[in-house]
Design a protein. Structure first.
Length: 422
């Protein structure tokens, strides 16, 4: 099967074909992709994606690609495809970690865990390597330059601190946490890029080494970093606008209503933040697997989320809750042990000592490494599988996945009851 024009498998050096060449090479609507051995759905040309639409997605490292269905919408029919009344799956092939059909919530979560279990060598190698690297840098920087916490510890017994004391106490903490957050962002970008490659092959039942995942992901890292920063700025900007508007309205109203307007503006900003977070939640896999630009990935995510916002929001929140609980369970023993070794009082989460000793920092870093090694693959897997599920529901991507996996005959649709949207 040939790659659809306008994109190539991530990691390959094949240039994108200009739109003019795509138009000249356009074939008849009912033509089938060369070598596919299967008819092309009516109304879709493998060489001419619809104007303005994205152009495809391939399995990393597979020269054939999965791009044939990208940009194609199923022909109009009573009830439509994928979970709408009028069609159901007679049998769904499962060459890898998920069945090739619209996925339920449990299947998405199970698919992320199955990827970690079935491909534990590359998953563990990627997550552990990135976690160790990021925590090593953050721990060394904190231990060398930001280890004095005496001003913060003094606030515990100071009931009425001055503004200077507060600024001094939280200045060092903010600098230390800023370094850590920066390293976490870099690590998350690296992990997301490489683990998305692993998941894309796991769907086909194919393995990938750490070196292969790196080669596939490396050309897209800078764009993914830019995308991550841009989404963060958009989200924080929306929150800032809500707070500023609330403050301005409160200042204009004056009196007791001023505080109410600030609260309402903040709540409104948070609502917009959640909406934008879900709307752009599929932009990372879209960028990695479709070779989209940064803005193109944002538009692509918004298109895939449209009409399924509540469903995707619920699944992402559930996954985030599971990650939070798991992180707390793993990090609590490390926090208590670090507090005992570092001279803290050993409270529930451990008190920060006046000086961050190396044993204290090392124990916390070990807990953070274990936490990231477990949670990064799960989060990346859920997001990648949500992206695949959205494309299966909207664009019949399962047909191309089945052909790429060599199981074309196992995935069929027949008129009948609706498939579940859950």
């Amino acid at each position: 099967m040939n790659d659809a024009p306008g994109w190539a498998s991530p990691g390959s050096s094949e240039p994108e074909q200009p739109q003019g060449d795509r138009d000249r090479d356009a074939s008849a609507p009912d033509a089938a992709p060369e070598g596919s051995g299967a008819p092309t759905p009516s109304g879709w040309s493998p060489q001419q994606p619809p104007p303005g639409g994205p152009t495809g997605w391939s399995a990393p490292g597979d020269q054939g690609g999965w791009g044939g269905q990208q940009g194609w919408s199923p022909p109009a029919a009573p009830g439509g495809w994928h979970g709408h009344s009028g069609w159901h799956y007679a049998h769904a092939a499962k060459p890898g970690v998920i069945p090739l059909r619209p996925l339920g919530v449990g299947e998405i979560l199970d698919g992320a865990v199955s990827t970690m279990r079935a491909h534990w060598r590359p998953v563990l190698g990627i997550a552990l390597g990135i976690a160790v690297l990021t925590e090593l840098v953050a721990t060394v920087v904190t231990g060398v330059w930001f280890n004095d916490m005496s001003s913060l510890a003094a606030l515990q017994d100071n009931q009425n601190p001055t503004m200077d004391e507060l600024a001094d106490a939280f200045g060092t903490t903010a600098a230390s946490e800023g370094v850590r957050l920066f390293m976490v962002m870099i690590g998350t970008v690296l992990a997301t890029a490489m683990l998305t490659m692993v998941v894309s092959r796991a769907v086909l039942g194919r393995s990938v080494s750490v070196a292969e995942a790196w080669e596939d992901a490396r050309p897209r890292l800078l764009r993914l970093l830019a995308l991550t920063v841009l989404v963060a700025l958009i989200v924080l900007g929306a929150l800032a606008v809500g707070i500023v508007l609330g403050a301005l309205l409160g200042a204009a109203a004056g009196g007791p209503a001023a505080g109410l307007f600030v609260v309402l503006g903040t709540l409104g900003g948070l609502v917009v933040v959640v909406w934008l977070w879900v709307l752009f939640s599929l932009s990372a896999p879209a960028l990695m697997l479709e070779r989209a630009t940064v803005t193109g990935a944002l538009r692509r995510s918004a298109k895939l989320v449209r009409g399924s916002w509540w469903r995707i929001c619920g699944i992402q929140l559930l996954a985030a809750l599971l990650v939070m609980v798991l992180s707390f369970i793993i990090s609590l023993p490390a926090s208590l042990a670090a507090s005992a070794v570092g001279g803290g009082s050993g409270g529930l989460l451990g008190d920060v000592p006046e000086t961050l000793t190396w044993p204290y920092l090392i124990i916390l870093a070990i807990g953070a490494v274990v936490t990231a090694t477990v949670t990064l693959p799960f989060s990346a897997g859920v997001t990648a599988l949500l992206y695949i599920d959205a494309r299966i529901r909207r664009e019949a991507l399962d047909l191309e996945l089945a052909r790429a996996a060599g199981t074309t005959g196992d995935t069929t649709r027949q008129p009948g009851p609706a498939a579940s949207e859950s």
